[in-house]
Design a binder for this molecule. Structure first.
Ligand code: G3D
Length: 201
């Protein structure tokens, strides 16, 4: 009886888990975005001072629980030499959040190039993509329309997967909730990448 009950309890506590990669060039705001996301979606989370975050070198990991699922985030370093490691994580991923630094207009083409390289991977064919035009709190930044124009011809590689571009400020939190809520809906309805089952604790 105890075994049956504890088995049922374990089953009831299991959560669907999705792995979301946070990608983009170095300095795009990936780590700030991850910290902001954890702050917004984790009760009593006391994270880092968002203004004091330094660029991702290597890997940062975070998790949140939302809409009955768990999202595991992998924030990967965006330096050129680290971009070649991104594809090692593609097969395991359920969604991609790609950050563009809207202030550093001189690097928008470089960012688009890294994005196009990423899209060439067949391992991402069915994976939803959320492109975030970050740092929209800065008055002089490129608008989301400017970023859409710059990324326009990437759309030929997108195919049928869910894709959205939206504006965000990882620093102030503007647009973060909406982006994460869009992503969780996409991964939950994607039949091609079923979730992993994890204990809810
Ligand atoms: P990365 O992980 O992609 O390399 P970080 O990027 O999160 O380390 O951010 C790089 C710099 O951009 C940081 O500033 C950070 O504060 C800033 N930043 C990130 N997101 C935003 C944003 O939405 N608005 C503004 N204004 N700045 C942002 P420093 O000065 O530490 O280099």
């Amino acid at each position: 009886m105890y075994t049956l009950l504890s088995g049922l309890l374990r089953h009831a506590l299991k959560k669907d888990e999705y792995c979301i990669l946070i990608l983009g060039l170095d300095n795009a705001g990936k780590t700030t975005f991850l910290e902001q996301t954890k702050t917004k979606f984790t009760k009593n989370y006391k994270g880092m001072n968002l203004g004091k975050i330094t660029t991702t070198v290597g890997l940062n990991i975070g998790k949140i629980d939302i809409s009955g699922s768990r999202l595991m985030f992998w924030d990967l370093g965006g330096q050129e030499e680290l971009q070649s490691l991104w594809d090692k994580y593609f097969a395991e991923s359920h969604g991609i959040i790609y950050l563009v630094d809207s202030v550093d207009v001189d690097r928008i083409q470089e960012s688009k190039q890294a994005f196009d390289n990423m899209l060439r991977s067949e391992a991402l064919d069915t994976v939803p993509l959320l492109v975030l035009a970050n740092k929209q709190d800065v008055l002089s930044c490129a608008t989301v329309l400017d970023i859409k124009k710059a990324f326009h011809d990437s759309s030929t590689h997108i195919g049928n997967r869910d894709c959205m571009i939206r504006s965000v400020s990882a620093l102030t939190g503007q647009g973060v909730n909406e982006g994460i809520e869009w992503m969780v809906k996409c991964v939950q309805r994607n039949p091609y990448r079923p979730p992993r089952q994890k204990d809810g604790a």
